[in-house]
Design a protein around this ligand. Structure first.
Ligand SMILES: Nc1ncnc2c1ncn2[C@@H]1O[C@H](COP(=O)(O)OP(=O)(O)OP(=O)(O)O)[C@@H](O)[C@H]1O
Ligand SMILES: [Mg+2]
Length: 186
């Protein structure tokens, strides 16, 4: 294992492979739920998927950020709760400023109503614009990649320690995760 924390010094992923970091500001917003079920949805579409839990439990933000810096794409998971949104905003700001990312994906989880994700994404994008600048070619884009409604099936699957996608393939949340997979595959 290399101790060099310069992202440029790390070998890039094999051609054809894509890396996506799933992160959030606040904990407990649904990263594990989204990642596990998204991996299953991608696998169902014939993709080879490797899931790596990079939460090393070191309570060191620089290490949790270094892991993200290695990924090609980032998906930030947030819920409509004010604390989650504040923390998501802080995370995205770091990704845009320190990591100089010009594109970050957003998944609004546990949405209370249809359209809440779009509203939240617009609000975050507006605030972020102040820090990263709206100049042409340099503008920052926060792209809404999905909206998953609060769905009792999620908790049921967690209690069974099984994938929601396999247990409740027709539920609203499962449909939203499948739509996210489709969007990611372009
Ligand atoms: N769309 C949803 N509808 C209903 N409940 C949900 C939904 N998404 C997540 N949950 C609930 O939130 C709980 C926390 O989700 P999860 O463990 O995936 O969060 P996490 O971000 O990985 O947490 P941590 O930061 O601790 O790793 C789940 O056990 C589940 O019960
Ligand atoms: Mg988790």
């Amino acid at each position: 294992m290399s101790t060099n924390t310069d992202p440029a010094a790390v070998r890039p992923p094999r051609a054809g492979a894509r890396t996506l970091a799933v992160t959030s500001g606040k904990g407990g917003v649904g990263k594990t739920f989204v990642t596990a079920n998204l991996a299953a949805a991608l696998a169902a579409r014939g993709q080879k998927v490797l899931v790596l839990d990079a939460d090393l439990g070191l309570a060191n933000l620089d290490v949790v950020l270094f892991a993200i810096s290695l990924a090609q794409d980032v998906l930030v998971v947030a819920t409509p709760e004010p604390t989650s949104l504040t923390d998501a905003y802080a995370t995205i700001k770091v990704l845009a400023t320190q990591q100089e990312r010009r594109h970050v994906g957003l998944l609004v989880n546990q949405a209370n109503r249809v359209g809440e994700g779009k509203l939240i994404c617009g609000q975050l994008q507006q605030v972020l614009q102040r820090f990263v600048g709206p100049a042409p070619g340099q503008g920052f884009k926060l792209e809404l990649l999905g909206e998953v409604r609060a769905d009792p099936a999620v908790r049921q699957a967690v209690l069974k320690r099984q994938l929601m996608l396999e247990n409740y393939p027709g539920c609203d949340a499962a449909q939203a995760i499948k739509a996210l997979a489709t969007k990611l595959l372009g």
